[in-house]
Design a protein around this ligand. Structure first.
Ligand SMILES: Nc1ncnc2c1ncn2[C@@H]1O[C@H](COP(=O)(O)OP(=O)(O)O)[C@@H](O)[C@H]1O
Ligand SMILES: O=P(O)(O)OC[C@H]1O[C@](O)(COP(=O)(O)O)[C@@H](O)[C@@H]1O
Ligand SMILES: [Mg+2]
Length: 326
């Protein structure tokens, strides 16, 4: 087993609240074990451009409560190509880096997996995405904060919807994943939830709205994930308006507000535990795994598996939505 001495940490892909808490945990745990810890700016783009800097304990002071990421993040086309990854590896060698912690989503893990195979450098992935669309973990860093931001916003919208007897179609984030829609929808009592995983026919919703009208349900909230099969909120609202012109319908797109803000306690703890476990894994000679939390215990999943497997929404939850909102 090769002993690691110099590790690098980076954040990649879409940012997520709690990434800073994870960076802090990696840096402080690394320093505790007498490792040199480097920060790579702007994800893989910074690796390619050699934007790699030593971090000290005080570099990560006062960040556990901050959204965004002090290391910045980016998406990097060149890293999809073997030449790009080779250039990035050359830069890592300049700093004698012998272990990497990548905080990001499935795309970032894909890049990490390829690099570790090509250059035999241990990589540990931490699931940092508001989408919660990664297998091998019950939660991802940022999901809890994002979903609570959505809940807070939808509650506010319901107040005004109630005052005017309106129907609101509210779009939440999730290009390929419906977890934010499902969790925020259930916890705000949404009448309908539309996700990328399940086809819900807008005609069925329209029928339901017409029935609701008969029994005088005056306020209706439809939560739509941006990648829902039937289309985004604008598209769904257009169809509803055409069939139900009598309903006073409005659209709200929550957008990037869901990616910012101070992480919740749950995200800070999750990120701290995962960052700590990532360094422990590198020290134990474990490589190319993702750190997950399953039943409140740290669990390591091979990166390859974490990338391939997809989390599936439980259809029972959707059935429950209908019953609880009826
Ligand atoms: N298949 C891949 N091969 C190599 N690198 C990849 C691959 N997929 C993604 N990446 C790298 O990871 C970055 C972040 O991926 P992306 O899918 O945008 O975000 P996320 O990690 O949040 O899912 C990409 O910009 C690219 O540099
Ligand atoms: O940063 P962009 O390009 O606006 O990305 C928006 C996408 O990023 C997310 O917020 C998070 O996705 P990733 O974690 O995979 O990057 C999605 O919900 C959303 O579709
Ligand atoms: Mg992704």
């Amino acid at each position: 087993m090769k002993k690691v001495s110099n590790i690098a940490v980076l954040t990649s892909g879409g940012d997520a609240p709690g990434m800073n808490a994870a960076v802090r945990a990696v840096v402080r745990t690394g320093i505790y074990h007498q490792l040199n810890v480097y920060g790579v700016m702007y994800g893989y783009r910074g690796m390619l451009k050699n934007e790699i800097f030593p971090l000290e304990s005080k570099s990560v002071a006062n960040i556990i409560q901050r959204g965004g990421t002090i290391l910045k993040t980016a998406r990097c086309k060149e890293f999809y190509e073997a030449e790009g990854r080779a250039q990035a590896y050359e830069n890592l060698k300049k700093h004698n880096i012998d272990g990497i912690v990548v905080i990001g989503g499935d795309g970032s893990f894909n890049g990490a997996y390829k690099m570790s195979k090509e250059f035999d450098i241990p990589c540990i992935g931490l699931p940092g995405t508001i989408d919660k669309d990664i297998a091998g973990t019950d939660f991802t860093i940022g999901f809890d904060t994002a979903v609570n931001t959505a809940v807070d916003a939808i509650d506010k919208i319901r107040d005004t919807a109630d005052a005017h007897d309106r129907l609101f179609v509210i779009e939440v984030m999730g290009r390929d994943a419906g977890y934010i829609a499902l969790h925020s929808g259930i916890s705000t009592g949404a009448e309908h939830i539309m996700t990328p995983e399940h086809l819900i026919d807008v005609q069925d919703i329209i029928e339901d709205l017409q029935t609701n009208e008969r029994r005088r349900k005056l306020v209706n909230i439809i939560v739509v994930a941006e990648g829902s099969i039937a289309g985004g909120a604008e598209e769904v609202a257009r169809m509803v308006k055409t069939s139900c012109p009598q309903l006073d319908t409005r659209v709200t797109i929550l957008g990037h507000i869901q990616r910012g803000g101070s992480p919740t306690c749950q995200d800070r703890i999750l990120a701290s535990r995962m960052g700590y476990a990532a360094v422990e894994a590198l020290l134990n000679g474990t490589s190319n795994v993702m750190v997950g939390i399953v039943n409140n215990k740290i669990q390591y999943t091979p990166l390859e598996q974490a990338i391939k497997a997809k989390e599936h929404l439980d259809p029972e939850w959707l059935k429950m939505v209908k019953i609880l909102a009826s």
